[in-house]
Ligand binder design. Structure first.
Ligand code: PLP
Length: 407
């Protein structure tokens, strides 16, 4: 008898954004003439930089000739892309990451989910609350949690990010083995200072733990003293790995290209507490289960790292940050307390209603889709996340409509 993975039963019936899509679609059916402005899911709306399109075209032409055609590429990514990433994203910022420590993939979503198969089953895991729901759900699927009781899974250590701690969680009060961190944070937009990240690195050394640092929104950091990478902290290359993505930095959400940095020095431990290098484990995993990102996509990604590509992608993130500034101004003027939106494309807004109630109110009265904060964890209750990913004109319109709906 073929039996199902029963851990899936513990999951909420559907993924947060599927729930939202269902509500929006039901609303649209009942109100076919209402125009809806989507400031919910974190999907970009602007076209790829023109340097990427040019590189894409050239790569597709190469695929059209036997002499330049490419079949299977290296599973860990082409060297031309890994070299540029190492240089531009790390070495130019004074961080010693080498090209062969970078693993190209088709998404930070899959990498953050897949990485856990490198770890023992009975480890203790700390996950921020609120945060990108993929970390919790993938651990539930893998059977590393108990049942969900009142929105929290047994066995997980929740790192509460609240107004009181500036949305940067305190160190856990009991030892944990694996720590997820996400800065700039989805959904709060909070960033961690150098001193705060150093405390986590020190903790990881003390408890022989590993940090999974998700820096998918690094490209939105504008304040000069905020670290862009956990590897800016001394010693972090022994106790942390980092996820990055071109989804938000260069509009690759539909094109798919991301990477995971696993320094050669990074260690985990075997059952005898002897250090084991993580790099060869992930290399083995990827070469066995993954056949690489397509050649044209990697050429398009490479173009992001040219001087012109850097300029064009900065223009994209600046565009969304301008939207974010407008959202902060308008929501603050309406009396809401807002965080984020300065080094991140998300604005985290506190309300007096429960999250789904304010979601429904904004949808019904303003035709604006946001994301209910409770979908990111119990600490997100009474909050909503408004995303800056839309056209400036739509954001202006959405803010006008919200203003009218709430006044
Ligand atoms: N990490 C965080 C924190 C995210 O918010 C997202 C997407 O919204 C991802 C990773 C997924 O990135 P990718 O598009 O590379 O899969």
């Amino acid at each position: 008898m073929i039996r199902a993975n029963e851990h899936y039963k513990k999951l909420k019936a559907s993924y947060l954004f599927s729930d939202i899509a269902k509500r929006v679609s039901a609303f649209s059916k009942q109100n076919p003439h209402r125009e809806i402005i989507r400031l919910g899911i974190g999907d970009v709306t602007k076209a790829l930089p023109s340097v990427c399109i040019d590189a894409f075209h050239r790569a597709v032409d190469e695929m059209a000739e036997d002499a330049t055609f490419r079949g299977y590429g290296p599973e860990q990514g082409y060297d031309f892309l890994r070299q540029k990433i190492a240089l531009v994203d790390f070495q130019a910022r004074g961080v010693q990451i080498e090209a062969d420590e970078i693993f190209i993939s088709d998404g930070a979503k899959c990498d953050t989910g897949n990485i856990q198969e490198l770890f023992a089953h009975d480890i203790t895991i700390a996950i921020p609350d609120p945060v990108y729901p993929v970390y919790v759900d993938t651990n539930v699927m893998a059977g590393r949690t108990g049942e969900n009781i009142d929105g929290r899974y047994g066995g997980l250590v929740y790192l509460e990010s609240t107004e009181a701690n500036g949305f940067v969680p305190a160190l856990p009060d009991k030892p944990v083995d694996l720590i997820y961190l996400c800065f700039p944070n989805n959904p709060t937009g909070a960033t961690a200072s150098r001193e705060q990240l150093k405390q986590w690195v020190d903790y990881a050394f003390k408890h022989k733990a590993l940090i999974l640092f998700d820096a998918a929104y690094e490209c939105f950091i504008r304040e000069a003293d905020i670290p862009h990478s956990i590897f800016e902290i001394d010693g972090a290359d022994e106790v942390a790995i980092e996820f990055r993505s071109l989804s938000k930095s260069a509009g690759f959400t539909g094109t798919r290209c991301a990477f995971t940095v696993i320094p050669k020095k990074c260690r985990v431990f075997d059952s005898q507490a002897m250090p084991v290098s993580l790099h060869p484990l992930w290399l083995r995993r990827q070469t066995t289960k993954f056949n690489g990102v397509s050649y044209p996509v990697q050429r398009a990604a490479e173009a992001v790292y040219s001087p012109e590509g850097q300029r064009q992608s900065r223009e994209l993130t600046d565009y969304y940050l301008r939207n974010a500034g407008l959202i902060i101004d308008k929501m603050t003027a309406l009396g809401f307390s807002c965080t984020g939106g300065v080094n991140a494309p998300y604005i985290w807004i506190k309300s007096t209603m429960d999250s789904w109630k304010i979601f429904d109110l904004l949808l019904e009265k303003a035709g604006v889709v946001c994301t209910p904060g409770s979908g990111f964890g119990t600490c997100g209750e009474s909050y909503i996340r408004i995303s800056a990913f839309n056209s400036y004109e739509n954001v202006v319109k959405a803010m006008e409509r919200i203003g009218m709906a709430l006044s």
